[in-house]
Design a protein around this ligand. Structure first.
Ligand SMILES: [Zn+2]
Ligand SMILES: [Zn+2]
Length: 348
């Protein structure tokens, strides 16, 4: 099998070859047809997250090198182990990548994406920037029939992240409307799922005018520029404070903005991973009955719920640019440099 692999942190990916794995037991071998290029691949390539103040969160772990990134995977079943039941040779699936150990309490209750001993495809075990990927069990193959193949894999990351965060926000909308901060790919997905999950008005905030306009087109009631001096006041005036602010940017600036417009009893939900640090006087938590929480992708159950919404036509088609496997490293560079509009999907 051909791969584009990380050979050292902070270095470009390189073409590597390996024997195509033979699936054993419940394993399934997918022939990768599409693998989305994702911002979190950049952090994994760097080996750290920026925590602000010059601090870094080391995410190098003990990945064996060469290591193959890529977690937004879709493909067809090429081979299956003798115990892999219910999979059809040649059928097209998306691979749920946030796989846990399968043995702990979190995994047992279906929250594998929060497992502390993960086997996440393209993060802790080899992923989809390759012609083939090994999936440990048919449970992680999700039916994406009727969904454009180019976005099926991306839905497992940006789609699921958007859906999982909005689902957490919904109970807080009794305190006010929803605010979505950061209308990149994930934020736009979140906005569309929000329209499916709530009748409350949805406000949007982004520093980019074109993104604000796109959000209004997709059904946001109002859009604000957080860089404008009066933006917080304008949101407070328009909403009386929001029930939930979902921060899809995840920077010190975006969270400072998002939490400040939350009504009493409401929540700020951090999703993005840009980085930075955040402080708030402790008494503000009780005085504002404020919740600040994080949301990280979603479970296989949530992935299935989300795919049902996509199949029901609740998400606008996403423009996708496909590129060959050899262009994976260049695509990560382009993403890092902010040169990618829409989505780039590798077609190995
Ligand atoms: Zn991703
Ligand atoms: Zn586990």
């Amino acid at each position: 099998m051909h791969r584009q692999s990380l050979v050292d942190y902070g270095k470009p990916l390189q073409a590597t070859e390996a024997a195509t794995p033979k699936p054993l037991g419940t394993e399934v071998l997918l022939r990768v047809s599409h693998c989305g290029v994702c911002h979190s691949d950049i952090h994994l390539q760097d080996g750290y997250f920026d925590l602000g103040g010059g601090q870094k969160l080391d995410v190098r772990g003990n990945r064996p090198m060469p290591f193959t990134l890529g977690h937004e995977i879709a493909g067809t079943v090429e081979a299956a182990g003798p115990d892999a039941k219910g999979v059809t040779q040649g059928k097209f699936y998306a691979a749920y990548p946030w796989i846990g150990c399968g043995k702990c309490g979190l995994c047992a209750r279906g929250d594998e994406h929060m497992c502390n001993a993960p086997r996440a495809l393209g993060v802790t075990v080899d992923g989809g920037y390759a012609t083939h990927v090994l999936v440990p069990h048919p449970h992680y193959l999700l039916d994406v029939e009727g969904i454009a193949p180019g976005i099926a894999g991306a839905l497992m990351c940006s789609g699921l992240t958007g859906y999982g965060a909005i689902k957490k926000a919904v109970p807080y909308l009794k305190f006010g409307p929803l605010l979505i901060v950061g209308l990149g790919g994930v934020g736009m997905m979140g906005l569309q799922f929000a329209r499916a999950l709530t009748d409350k008005p949805i406000l949007a905030a982004d520093i980019d005018k074109s993104k604000r306009e796109a959000a209004l087109k997709l059904g946001a009631a109002e859009a604000f520029d957080p860089a404008e001096a009066g933006a917080r006041k304008a949101i407070m005036k328009a909403s009386g404070g929001v029930g939930a602010a979902v921060d899809f940017a995840g920077s010190d600036k975006s969270l400072a903005f998002a939490h400040a417009v939350v009504a009493k009893g409401g929540a700020a939900i951090v999703v993005g991973l840009i980085g930075g640090s955040f402080t708030l006087p402790v008494p503000m938590f009780p005085l504002r009955a404020l919740t600040i929480m994080g949301s990280y992708v979603g479970s296989t159950g949530e992935a299935r719920e989300m795919l049902d919404l996509v199949k029901a036509g609740k998400v606008a088609p996403i423009p996708v640019e496909t590129r060959p496997l050899a262009e994976t490293s260049r695509s990560l560079d382009d993403l890092r440099a902010g040169k990618i509009v829409g989505r780039v999907v590798i077609t190995p």
